[in-house]
Design a protein around this ligand. Structure first.
Ligand SMILES: Cc1cc2nc3c(=O)[nH]c(=O)nc-3n(C[C@H](O)[C@H](O)[C@H](O)COP(=O)(O)OP(=O)(O)OC[C@H]3O[C@@H](n4cnc5c(N)ncnc54)[C@H](O)[C@@H]3O)c2cc1C
Length: 395
């Protein structure tokens, strides 16, 4: 039985992704969690199968899938018990290069990414002192002949040890000289020097990477730039327009992340219902008690409702209709639904929910991240309040 009422949609994609994920079982993910290792084999298999270049146009060797289809890929990864966080950025940051990159940049990078020879896995926006207030970005990119020199610091920059390219947001005009606070920021496609995580390489290149140990065993880092050179030809689009390009890509990101949450949500519900059926206490399955059933049923209803919103948002996106409100709502509802499902699943498992071998505590930690990254729940509420409901602006 498949508890997803929309499992018939894009069934071929679901089947292929599920088959691939079957080779990476719960023991595989637990081992990585234990050893804080990156899922190299899993990401290589997804790359080889072409799923990570799903959104690259066929003209550049990609799969040219719609956003709905791409979202199904990520949903099924998470539904299988795996974690898309190891590689999802390649899908959602691709749009910036696709929409705003020059023909030369696209010819140079996209076919190699589609062939799996180059990885575009890192997106450097967040800074320690500015946090969610992206327009206050301080990292500087100063023009120096035919290159820019980058100086500053980023934090929580994921997958730096497993990428060849990084999209970087940096300030090219001091904030005081900008008319609007969204002006003066630019996007660069940065080639990450091989071995940049080592001290030697950092000294040579001006790029230092320091891993951050964290709740979810998610490969993420502090990144320090010290006059780190980037060729001027790697500026994406027009100088000073970077914030606009980032905002432009956010709807796709929100929808893809919503789909991951939906995958998690169904995984938790399925796990909870199976355990509630098998586990016997007081001579009956615990799931026979409505006190156990109802929270599972409610969480299921919320996952299904969020899933509908995700399809609505993705369809608007694919039809090039305004989708900011729908995409943000989908992300909000899906993240809340997966977190509710995670809590219910853990509670249903009682003490065993805390045991690593059941996987519930790992997925519980992983799905919590969606409340904060890539965008925190409050910031979505703020978007809906101000931009949709036209309530007074708060910042
Ligand atoms: C594991 C992990 C991986 C990440 N990967 C990346 C990455 O690859 N690239 C990248 O650029 N970033 C990444 N991030 C950063 C992530 O996007 C930020 O953590 C997130 O956007 C929140 O920013 P912050 O942590 O600075 O929180 P802050 O901005 O300091 O906010 C803290 C809390 O206050 C709330 N808050 C702040 N201002 C307001 C307000 N005006 N109204 C109401 N509430 C408010 C926020 O919602 C949040 O809950 C990652 C983070 C984590 C934890």
């Amino acid at each position: 039985m498949d508890i997803n009422p929309r499992a018939h949609l894009h069934a071929d994609i679901r089947r292929s992704v599920r088959e691939l994920c079957r080779d990476f079982d719960s023991a595989y993910w637990q081992k990585l969690d234990e050893t804080a290792a990156y899922p190299d084999a899993f990401v290589a298999a997804l790359t080889q199968a072409g799923w990570l270049s799903a959104l690259i146009p066929e003209a550049y060797g990609g799969g040219e899938l719609s956003l709905v289809e791409a979202s199904v890929v990520l949903e099924e990864i998470n539904r299988s018990g795996a974690n898309s966080g190891a590689c999802h950025a390649q899908m959602y940051i691709m749009g910036t290069l696709l929409r705003h990159g020059s023909d030369e940049q696209k010819q140079r990078y996209l076919p190699a990414i589609a062939r799996g020879e180059l990885r575009l896995q890192s997106f450097a926006v967040t800074e320690p002192t500015t946090g969610t207030d992206t327009t206050s970005t301080r990292t500087l990119a100063e023009r120096d002949g035919d290159r820019y020199l980058i100086t500053g610091q980023k934090v929580w920059i994921s997958r730096m040890q497993h990428t060849d390219l990084m999209l970087l947001l940096a300030r090219t005009t001091p904030a005081a000289e900008c008319k609007k606070k969204t002006d003066g920021l630019s996007i660069f496609l940065v080639e990450v020097p091989q071995g940049a995580a080592t001290a030697d390489a950092a000294e040579r290149s001006g790029l230092t990477i320091r891993p951050i140990r964290n709740l979810v065993h998610h490969e993420t880092n502090e990144v320090f730039f010290d006059h780190f050179p980037v060729p001027a030809t790697n500026l994406i689009g027009a100088e000073g327009q970077g914030m606009r390009y980032i905002l432009d890509g956010m709807n796709a990101e929100r929808i893809l992340i919503a789909a991951e949450c939906i995958g998690d949500g169904y995984w938790f519900i399925d796990k909870a219902r199976r355990y509630a059926t098998d586990r016997r206490v007081f001579n009956r399955p615990i799931g026979q008690n409505q006190g156990v059933q109802f929270p599972i049923a409610r969480a299921y209803a919320n996952v299904m409702a969020a899933d509908l919103m995700r399809y609505e948002a993705a369809a608007l996106f694919d039809n090039q209709k305004p989708c900011g409100a729908a995409a943000n709502t989908a992300k909000l509802l899906a993240a809340d639904a997966s977190w509710e499902a995670a809590n219910v699943c853990l509670q249903t498992h009682g003490g065993f929910g805390f045991a690593a071998e059941f996987d519930v505590e790992r997925k519980f930690r992983e799905t919590k991240l969606y409340q904060v990254a890539p965008i925190s729940t409050n910031l979505i509420l703020s978007y809906l309040a101000e931009h949709v409901l036209e309530l007074p602006r708060s910042f």
